[in-house]
Design a protein around this ligand. Sequence first.
Ligand code: PLP
Length: 386
Amino acid sequence: MKTVYLDNNATTAIAPEVREAMEPFFRDMWGNPSSMHTFGGQVRKHIEQARQQVAALINADPSEIIFTSCGTESDNAAIRGAAEVIGPRVNVITSRVEHPAVLGPCRYLSERGHRAFEVGVDAAGQIDQVQLGEFLREGSAVVSLMWANNETGVVFPIAEISGMVKAAGGIFHTDAVQAVGKLITDVRAVPVDMLSLSGHKLHAPKGIGALYIRKGTRVKPFMLGGHQEDNRRAGTENVPYIVGLGVACELARAHRADEFVRMATLRDRLQSGLLASCPDTRVNGDVHHRLPNTLNISFEFIEGESILYMLSDVGIAASSGSACTSGSLEPSHVLRAMGVPFTAVHGSVRFSLSRYTTEADVDYVLAKIPPIVSRLRAISPFVRKQ
Ligand code: PLP
C-alpha cells in the first residue's frame, strides 16, 4: 500500500545526510567531550562545528547557542530561567495559542507567585497587539510568543511584537520550533532575546534542541550540575545528536528558499483541491501569514479523528485538532481561542508537508479524501438530512 506522511509538524523523517553524519559517533568517536585526552578532544571539535551550523541558520554567534534535549527544555529553560533572574514576582506574558511547552512553564510560574497573562488572538489566529500592549503596561515582563503556530501554521509578526516588548523593557523569548528551517529566522534582524528550536522538526532526530540566548541576556541555568555549555546547561553532551542537529541546520540553510516555494505550491494544490471537492469545508488560520508546509482544514459536521482513522487505512498520516486524551476528545485550544465554531473544531485536520512530500502524494490524498468525507457525512448525527 502507498504511504503518505503529512504529519511533519509532529515530527519529520531523519534526513539520510544527518543519519550518516551521526553514525561515527555511535561507533568510534564515543569519547566524553569534557575529557582532556584525545578521545574527548576528538569529539569536542564536532560539537563546536555543530554550534556554528546551528548559529548560521539563525544568524547568531556560536557563543549564543546552547544545546538542550528538546524544544520543550529550551522553552522551559528560557522562560523559567529569565523569570528567576528578575525576581520573585514577575509578569509573564504569553498567548492563548502557544504550545504546551510554553503554556506549562508560564502556568507553573503563575502558581508560584508570578503574574501570568495570556494574549488572545483574532479569528485568523493573529495576535491581539492591542491587548499585548495593555499587558506590557502592567510592568516589566518576560514575554514568550511563538514564531509560528504548530496547529495552524500562522506566523506571528515577530519583528513588530518583539519590538514592542523591547520598547517596554521586557525580555522576549520566541518558540521558533516550527519556524526554524522553514522561514528566515534571523536573530540579528529582529530583537529577540531568546529563541527555541528542536531537531526533530527539521529532519534531525528527536531528543535534541537548542536555545539561542542573545549576548548579555541574563538567564539562570535550568539544568544544574556540571560545567558543560559554558555553565549554562549541565549534563554530558549528546554528541551524536548534536552533530545531527548541526547537519540538519546546514541542510535547511542550503535549501530553505527552494523548499519554501516547493512546499507552499504543493500545500496550495492540496488546499484548493480539497475546497473544490468537499463542500462545507473551511481553512483555519491566516492564509497570508502561514508556514509554507501547513494546512489546517475543517470538514464540518464530522469528527477529524474519524477522518484520520479512515485515512490511516489507506496509508495517509495526518493529525486532527482534537487530541484524544483519557478517552475524551479534547478540542484544540488553538482553534477554540480563534473562535472556530464547535462543529468545525471537531472536524479539523492538519496536513503538514516536508521536503520529501511529492506531487504524487498530494494527488493521492486528493483522490482518497472526498469519498471518505461523503461516507462519514452520510452517517453523521450533525448533518441535517434533507
Ligand atoms: N513548540 C512547538 C511550537 C512545537 O510544535 C513543539 C513540538 O511539537 C514543541 C515546542 C516541543 O518540542 P519538542 O518535541 O522537541 O520537545
